[in-house]
Design a protein around this ligand. Structure first.
Ligand SMILES: [Mn+2]
Length: 311
């Protein structure tokens, strides 16, 4: 543990860039191969079929302390050394907190060292520049830490963001996204998610995966208070669970007291950072395949949510 903590805190521009490129290479490699151990990778979609243990982390927002605390709690070096174990990150690595650079360093380091075990998803804070949003402090954080080379490094970080996963399906059980579920009829959902990164200016799929929020609505959807994305109702969730043959949607994107259950126990919101949200709580999911095989709704899944102590 001490090594990754020390390196993430002290890396200069060249060490940071090296680890960033290693993370990019690992993501490009799995795209080319179309597979990770026990699963498939098709554009923005990862489907996990065979696995042993699953850990899910949600929004980190530059809170490297919460990240390292979770890594420590799951004994990450031993955990990740087994390619049959999966650690899924739901995105929103950056902005708001004080150490976005440290979090980016750590996730690239982990992806490079354990490419079959680490799944890095895309949050709205890792969105392409066609989706402007407030509180994107990352460019300033890079400049503060790296000075002159900041612009080039930011360009490569955007390249990393473009390779991140948009949805992960744990076969028969969980559908993982950052924000929420697309509300328009899609036809082939696999194809829609796999190609969403390439078609984000032509359809709403990526925008909605990254920005949507579940709400107790009678109708399918309403405009979001965010000004981007939509609020969606439980009928949309029910349809996606049926289409993807899963039981629970797991998503991040909204601070809560570690987790929150919505849509008649079909939806679990998870949140993993504290620094920028002192009034809320942080948590992660840790469960074995046998545990998950007994999960039929979000209340079942909540038994495997581990809360971090308040800082
Ligand atoms: Mn978000």
């Amino acid at each position: 543990m001490s090594q990754i903590v020390r390196l993430s805190a002290t890396a200069g521009p060249s060490e940071f860039s090296q680890v960033l490129e290693q993370g990019i290479s690992a993501l490009k490699e799995e795209q080319k191969r179309g597979a990770i151990a026990g699963g498939t990778v098709t554009g923005g979609l990862v489907e996990i079929k065979d696995y042993d243990q699953l850990v899910v982390l949600s929004d980190l927002h530059g809170d490297s302390q919460a990240l390292f605390q979770i890594l420590d709690a799951v004994n990450y070096e031993k955990f990740l050394s087994g390619p049959e174990n999966k650690m899924v990150f739901l995105g929103d690595y950056v902005d708001r907190g004080s150490d976005s650079i440290g979090v980016l360093y750590a996730i690239c380091y982990l992806k490079h060292a354990h490419p079959d075990s680490v799944i890095l998803m895309r949050g709205n804070h890792e969105a392409p520049s066609e989706f402007p949003f407030p509180s994107h402090d990352l460019p300033y954080d890079i400049e503060d830490r790296f000075g002159a080379g900041a612009k080039a490094i930011y360009g490569r970080i955007l390249a990393l963001f473009g390779l991140l996963t948009l949805a992960t399906v744990v076969q028969g059980r969980l559908l993982l996204v950052h924000g929420g579920l697309p509300t328009d009829a899609l036809g082939d959902w696999r194809q829609a998610i796999a190609t969403a990164q390439k078609s984000h200016l032509k359809n709403r799929v990526m925008e909605e995966l990254l920005w949507n929020d579940p709400r107790p609505l009678g109708e399918e959807w309403e405009p979001s208070w965010r000004g981007i994305g939509r609020h969606f109702g439980s009928a949309v969730t029910k349809r996606w669970l049926a289409d993807t043959n899963t039981k629970v949607v797991v998503r991040g994107h909204e601070p809560c007291h570690g987790y929150r259950i919505d849509h008649h126990s079909m939806m679990l919101t998870l949140f993993s950072c504290r620094q920028a949200y002192p009034g809320f709580g942080a948590a992660y999911i840790s469960a074995g395949k046998n545990d998950l095989d007994s999960v039929n709704d979000a209340d079942d899944l909540a038994k495997f949510v581990k809360k971090l102590p308040q800082s």
